[in-house]
Design a protein around this ligand. Structure first.
Ligand SMILES: *Cc1c(COP(=O)(O)O)cnc(C)c1O
Length: 550
């Protein structure tokens, strides 16, 4: 059946190369119009509530072909309702995915359609390219590596691609478990004499560890929580105490060090945690999903000192390295621990075996996702990437100062390298918060007001499509608000993904912050005042009437 567009075929092979080029060009144009902002009225996004998009895209199962033009229209429609994470006014996550090399390689990889499960019949060049990339990443972290042409078998590779940091952390936990109890792969968790436990700091944790503990059968009780410091890093002495004295019946087998937490990008004292893990013979996992990009910079990589002593490291190039999704890697310092998952142990030392699927737990067939990061590193080299990462850090510092200077916010916690947290709390409100917090019984309600207005601020801006901040709940570990460190509060996150910020974008951001910020001052102040007044009235009412039986 031919389409109604000049008889072009359904499959690429049915078409003349010029027709393919024309179609790909039109598809690329849709992407480019989205990129430049033309497709989204120059907004970060054209916001629509869920209900509206459900209606817009609801249709019965298509029964007949629609032709290329209608197809392209449908794709353009999807782009019109998408959010531009690479836009300078998008300040929620660093996932810009705008590397030129990455985009070009992504297009090529789509056409190549290699299956990285194996070398023969699936991915000859792909396997070799990915192997080279894995070795480069090992070198960056400070793990052992070798020139690719001295490749001596899968046993020595010690790294794998995954679809995201969540999965990288799942694999890390899987590998650590088997490294600690080699028999677990045969006998399962039931065969273990004690409950395996993962130690991590509450307050800076990523949810992936809870997910992994549940999926892998450790259970949520298999997570042993230590504390976080007021700067949102893991408290090393709390980890030490847990390792010295673990809960009865449990054996900690893995400690998570965080190289850039997902809220403030605070970085743990990795070398100190490495010392502890070495002392207790416990697997040290470093979650560098955010911090990994710093490894390219001689100026910044010192912040991750000690990462080279980790037993495993998670990296997320689709976060801080300008690569589109999905791009994550798990590196294992002693490659042997990953190699033991091979279905064919006899192939591990075969220098002519490059079937990467043998050492990629959880994965069978998978695409050539690595081509994008490989291309970026080739295109810019370490120095080129370092420059972007350093520029981004500078831009972040400027933007944090700019945000603070608007006067609408109270900053929460220390700023990391590209992300910080704060709440909406203009000076008039802050004075009231300071007065009201003197009355402990009011503190929960004051917190609720701060949370509500922070949320309102972020959502109003988001729905306008003009500036996008992140919104999440977090403990105020440094007690910046004086409302306690235990309860979670709604917070704004600002994350800089783009290495530079045009003057126009800055102006735009400040202008829209002010527009929304000004509107919320009075209602917030009134609500806070009402808290105090209500309380006084309640007290007065109580004294007049008294409780029943008084
Ligand atoms: C984002 C993140 C992850 C999970 O990564 P995904 O790529 O979203 O799956 C894990 N750990 C940390 C610290 C993260 O910031």
């Amino acid at each position: 059946m031919s389409s109604d567009n000049g008889g072009a075929g359904e499959l690429l092979g049915d078409r003349h190369p010029d027709e393919i080029a024309a179609l790909v060009g039109k598809a690329a144009k849709i992407g480019i119009d989205f990129f430049t902002g033309q497709a989204r009225d120059d907004l970060v996004l054209r916001y629509a509530p869920e209900r509206e998009l459900l209606e817009r895209f609801a249709e019965p199962l298509p029964q007949t072909p629609i032709g290329d033009d209608a197809l392209l229209d449908s794709l353009a429609e999807v782009s019109r309702w998408s959010v531009a994470q690479h836009d300078q006014r998008y300040l929620a996550f660093p996932d810009v995915g705008n590397s030129v090399a990455g985009i070009a390689a992504g297009i090529v990889a789509t056409f190549l359609n290699q299956n990285l499960i194996a070398y023969d019949r699936s991915a000859p060049a792909g396997s070799v390219v990915e192997a080279q990339l894995l070795l480069w990443l090992r070198e960056l972290v400070g793990f052992s590596f070798f020139p690719l042409n001295e490749y001596a078998g899968l046993r020595h590779l010690g790294a794998m691609w995954t679809s995201g940091g969540n999965m990288s952390n799942h694999v890390a936990m899987t590998v650590a478990l088997a490294a600690t109890w080699p028999d677990v792969r045969r006998r399962g968790l039931r065969g273990l004499p004690e409950r395996p436990a993962v130690v991590l700091a509450r307050g800076v944790e990523h949810f992936s560890y809870l997910g992994a503990a549940q999926v892998l059968g450790l259970g949520s009780a298999g997570l042993v929580w230590s504390a976080a410091n007021s700067d949102y890093t893991s408290d090393v002495s709390a980890i030490a105490a847990l390792l010295e004295n673990p809960p009865e019946g449990t054996r900690p087998f893995m400690v998570v060090g965080v190289a850039g937490n997902c809220r403030t990008t605070g970085i743990d004292r990795l070398a100190e945690i490495a010392d502890l893990c070495a002392k207790h013979g416990v697997w040290f996992h470093v979650d560098a999903c955010h911090g990994g990009s710093l490894l390219f910079s001689d100026q910044l990589r010192g912040e991750l000192a000690g990462i080279e002593r980790a037993d495993s490291v998670s990296l997320d190039p689709h976060k801080g390295l300008f690569i589109t999704y999905p791009s994550s890697y798990l590196l294992v310092r002693d490659p042997e621990h990953l190699a033991q998952f091979s279905r064919y142990p006899d192939k591990l030392d075969d220098p002519s075996c490059l079937d990467l699927g043998l050492i990629t737990p959880f994965y069978g067939s998978r695409g050539f996702e690595s081509l994008r990061l490989w291309a970026l590193i080739k295109h810019l080299g370490r120095a080129g990437i370092a420059r972007l990462v350093e520029q981004r850090e500078e831009t972040f510092r400027e933007m944090r100062d700019l945000i603070e200077s608007t006067g609408y916010f109270q900053m929460i916690g220390a700023a990391g390298f590209y992300r910080c947290a704060f709440v909406y709390c203009p000076p008039e409100a802050r004075r009231l918060v300071e007065a009201l917090r003197e009355r402990p019984e009011l503190v929960p309600r004051v917190r609720a007001v701060v949370s509500r207005y922070t949320q309102r601020f972020v959502q109003t801006l988001y729905v306008s499509g003009r500036v996008v901040f992140d919104l999440f709940t977090m403990q105020d570990l440094g007690n910046a608000l004086g409302l306690g460190t235990e309860a979670k509060i709604e917070m704004l996150g600002m994350c800089i993904g783009h290495p530079t910020m045009d003057a126009g974008a800055k102006e735009d951001i400040v202008k829209h912050i002010a527009a929304v910020g000004d509107d919320l001052v009075d209602p917030m102040v009134n609500e806070l005042r009402a808290l105090g007044v209500d309380e006084a009235q309640e007290a007065w009412t109580a004294s007049v009437h008294g409780p029943a039986g008084w």
